[in-house]
Design a binder for this molecule. Structure first.
Ligand code: DGL
Length: 261
């Protein structure tokens, strides 16, 4: 088997670029294909069966294009489809979920806030995560409908994003959460805006680095690390628009292909 195959990464849109950044920082020699399912953004308010079908189709398409491993860079897709993807794909599949476990270990007030999509918070997987790792703390789950989409389509500094952050952060600030989990990969793009609405010292946790470490472990274990540091971007949406959004969020203009999946 060829080690120099790319690692396939996907999200409903460009939230997963926050995970890709951590992956590239940890594994600069690897090649990556990032697929943004922009045409179907947001996943967060869609039926589970829809997300399952998309997750499976995208993972299969990435493998078809040579991916040696799949990273599900989307909490919502993980909650709905990670197990199905694992069952269908004979490659390492690394998925992510809200960092409830580390947050429960970090809190001093005993109150942990979780920001995520409606679909993630409603999933059995999330319920089990809380039962297993956060029984002894109070978990305030705040669904954020519209936020991921607004970050991407209107920009992190847009009035719409600011209004949604005002609305969604207030309950966490009121409850005295001292650790807040960024349970959607889009939310690190508005980290500063989230911090500004919480008391000083509140810790924000996301999963990018943990996922990167896990990918490294898995590929090292199979002696499959290797590549040329290349990055390929693809989308189900409008590639020119995606290119603009990538430039705004990521800071550089990169070519984007359109894939029909
Ligand atoms: N970025 C995704 C996540 O981590 C979901 C955003 C959406 O499509 O609703 O959950």
């Amino acid at each position: 088997m060829n080690s120099c195959q790319p690692i396939g990464v996907f999200d409903s849109g460009l939230g997963g670029l926050t995970v890709l950044a951590a992956l590239r920082a940890r594994l600069p020699g690897e090649d990556f294909i990032y697929f943004a399912d922009t045409h179907f953004l947001p996943y967060g308010d869609r039926p589970e069966s829809f997300i399952q079908a998309r997750g499976q189709a995208i993972a299969a398409a990435l493998v078809e294009r040579g991916a040696k491993a799949i990273v599900v860079a989307c909490n919502t897709a993980t909650a709905a489809a990670a197990e199905l993807i694992r069952a269908a794909i004979p490659k390492p599949v690394v998925a992510l979920e809200p960092a409830v476990k580390p947050a429960a270990g970090l809190t001093r007030t005993g109150v942990v806030g979780v920001l995520a999509t409606t679909r993630t918070l409603a999933s059995g997987r999330f319920q089990r995560l809380v039962q297993t790792y956060a029984e002894s703390v109070q978990v305030i789950s705040q669904a954020c409908p519209g936020l991921a989409e607004a970050i991407e389509t209107e920009g992190p500094d847009s009035p719409r994003v600011q209004a949604l952050l005002d609305e969604y952060l207030q309950p966490l600030a009121r409850a005295g959460a001292d650790v807040v989990v960024l349970g959607c990969t889009h939310y690190p793009w508005v980290r500063a805006g989230i911090s500004a609405r919480l008391p000083e010292g509140v810790i924000l946790v996301d999963t990018g680095e943990a996922v990167a470490r896990q990918v490294e472990r898995r590929l090292q274990g199979e002696s499959r690390l290797g590549g040329h540091g290349q990055l390929q971007l693809a989308t189900s949406g409008n590639p020119l628009q995606v290119r603009e959004t990538v430039a705004r969020l990521w800071g550089s203009f990169l070519p984007v292909e359109r894939w029909q999946i």
